[in-house]
Structure formats: structure tokens, C-alpha cells
Design a protein around this ligand. Structure first.
Ligand SMILES: Nc1ncnc2c1ncn2[C@@H]1O[C@H](COP(=O)(O)OP(=O)(O)OP(=O)(O)O)[C@@H](O)[C@H]1O
Length: 283
């Protein structure tokens, strides 16, 4: 099947049922490389030839006005884009040099190595805190794990252990919004991913919870590669090492105007559109 542009591929929804091998010991970041990635929903092209290297063990922030394709790009990085029936894609995404869209590679394997945290905290509300973390293992088919150890280490890495260690059997839905988001981070970490994608993870949270998540991002950056979409320019400056500025001019697909070290994007942007955006003059 072909997309509106030749060479592109129509992606079928994933249907994965097989379990994976037991999780590996210790997280380690991986480098994600997007090469000339374009994307469509039906005939609507929403991304145009995006090239971006997201270096291992660093935080990359995707910034830009609403609708320029940041979330679509993020979902392409762990094969969630293809879950939309009309979604199409061209280009390549390499995880430590290996094409995640290679026909021999199962989507569930990519999604285990590249985890995702969403805008709205989405724990299973009636399920216990403990079971919410373990659910990450079940969802990706990881077996034979020492569940107690995984729960403690995942909650610790997510910065939630000391707050919940004495109430692990209480429902996840009883936690505050910020705690629920850290529980979702713990659920993602339970499968020992190499990369964590975060789509506006703090936009539904109060300032205190936001700072707590930002602290957690800072603590995780040594072990996991993080890619975060944020509309908060102060947050991008606080948490990221690198930034990519996306823009979709009227009736054109989103593309990267400029990418580089966060200090350069905010301190000495090369493109006037970047300068205007980071200064809050539009978007
Ligand atoms: N499931 C979908 N079906 C059809 N079009 C979609 C779908 N998801 C996104 N789009 C379109 O793709 C374009 C990019 O959307 P996307 O959500 O990736 O942008 P964004 O930069 O993340 O926006 P925001 O900052 O508001 O979240 C938009 O025109 C949007 O309407």
C-alpha cells in the first residue's frame, strides 16, 4: 500500500499477543534518530521530512505552536501513530541504529523499549497502586519478573515510593493528580525502557506537582533517554538538553525550523521564527 507520496507506507494497526523475554537488568538510554519522517492522516500531510537525533541519556524537548505535529511525531517514535487507521508514514526511525519499522520487528517490542506518558494521568483507577505498576509488565508481556522488586524500584525511580510505600494496596485513583502521573511514569519504567516519551506530562498538574515531575525527569535522564512535548517554555529550559522547534505555516505540514542545544535555542536562535516563538511573540 502506498501513501499520498510515493515510497510511503500505510501502516496496519498492531495486533500483538505474544509475550516478550524477561526484562533486562538496568535501564540504559538509547539514541533515537528520525530520518526524513513525513506523516499523513488520510490525504492530510501533517509532517514534512523531519530529521532529528535524540541522543542517549539526554532530554529533548519538542516545542512549537498547537497543531504543528509534535504529538504525531512523538507517537511515530514508538509506533503508536499506526494505531490510527488512516495514519501513514514515510522515512525511518532508528533506535540505536535499528529501524523500528523493519518488518521483522514487532510493534510491542518497540513499545516496551520506548515507553509513553500521556498528558492526562491515566492509571487504572480501581486497581491498586501495586497492580498499576505491575500492569506495565503485563501489557508488554514481560514475565518471570520479581514483582515486589520491580514495584519498589519503579516507584523509587518515579519519585513516589516514600509517599505510597505503606499503601500499595490502595487504589491508584485515590492519589492526587501529580502522584497519579508519577504512578504512570512508574508503570512505564517497570518494563525497563530505554526511552521515555512524555506528551505534555504536566499540563494537567498544579505548579508543585509540575516541579516534582520535572525533578523526576532530572533524576531519570542518566538512565533513560527522554523526549518531551511541552508548551511551557520555562519547562523546556529547565528540563531539556536539546530542543527542536516545530512549525506548520498556514496549509503546510509541520517541520523542524531549528534544533540544537537548549541554551542555543533560547539564548541565540538562528531563525527569527524561533526567536519570536521562544520569546512568546506567537503561538
Ligand atoms: N487522529 C487524527 N486524525 C486526523 N488528524 C489528526 C489526528 N491527530 C492529529 N491530527 C492532525 O494532525 C495535525 C498535527 O496534530 P498534533 O496533535 O500532532 O499537533 P501538536 O503540535 O501536537 O498539537 P498540540 O500542541 O495542540 O497538541 C493537526 O492538524 C491535527 O488536526
Amino acid at each position: 500500500m502506498t501513501s499520498p507520496d510515493s515510497g510511503a507506507t500505510t501502516l496496519a494497526p498492531a495486533a500483538e499477543t505474544q509475550p516478550l523475554p524477561a526484562q533486562s537488568a538496568g535501564g540504559r538510554g538509547s539514541t533515537l534518530t528520525a530520518e526524513t519522517v513525513s506523516a499523513w492522516f488520510g490525504t492530510h500531510k501533517v509532517l514534512e521530512r523531519v530529521d532529528l537525533v535524540m541522543a542517549a541519556n539526554s532530554v529533548t524537548a519538542l516545542i512549537g505552536p498547537s497543531g504543528c505535529g509534535k504529538s504525531t511525531f512523538l507517537r511515530i517514535l514508538n509506533r503508536m501513530h499506526e494505531l490510527v487507521p488512516s495514519a501513514q508514514l514515510a522515512g525511518r526511525v532508528l533506535l540505536d541504529g535499528e529501524d523500528i519499522y523493519d518488518s521483522a520487528r514487532r510493534p510491542i517490542e518497540t513499545r516496551r523499549r520506548v515507553g509513553m506518558v500521556f498528558q492526562k494521568p491515566n492509571p487504572f483507577p480501581a486497581m491498586s497502586i501495586y497492580d498499576n505498576v505491575v500492569a506495565g509488565l503485563k501489557l508488554t508481556g514481560v514475565r518471570n519478573a520479581d514483582k515486589d522488586a520491580v514495584v519498589e524500584s519503579s516507584l523509587t525511580r518515579a519519585g513516589l515510593w516514600t509517599e505510597v510505600r505503606n499503601r500499595l494496596r490502595q487504589p491508584g485513583g485515590a492519589l492526587s493528580g501529580g502522584q497519579q502521573q508519577r504512578l504512570c511514569i512508574a508503570r512505564s519504567l517497570a518494563v525497563d525502557p530505554d526511552v521515555l516519551l512524555m506528551d505534555e506530562p504536566c499540563s494537567a498538574l498544579d505548579p508543585t506537582s509540575t516541579r516534582r515531575i520535572e525533578d523526576t525527569i532530572g533524576e531519570l535522564r542518566d538512565e533513560v533517554t527522554i523526549v518531551i512535548v511541552t508548551h511551557n517554555m520555562q519547562q523546556a529550559q529547565r528540563v531539556s538538553d536539546h530542543c527542536a522547534f516545530f512549525l506548520a505555516a498556514e496549509n503546510t505540514p509541520g517541520h523542524i525550523v531549528e534544533a540544537g542545544p537548549t541554551t542555543a535555542i533560547f539564548g541565540a536562535p538562528r531563525d527569527p521564527r524561533t526567536a519570536d516563538y521562544v520569546a512568546g511573540r506567537f503561538g
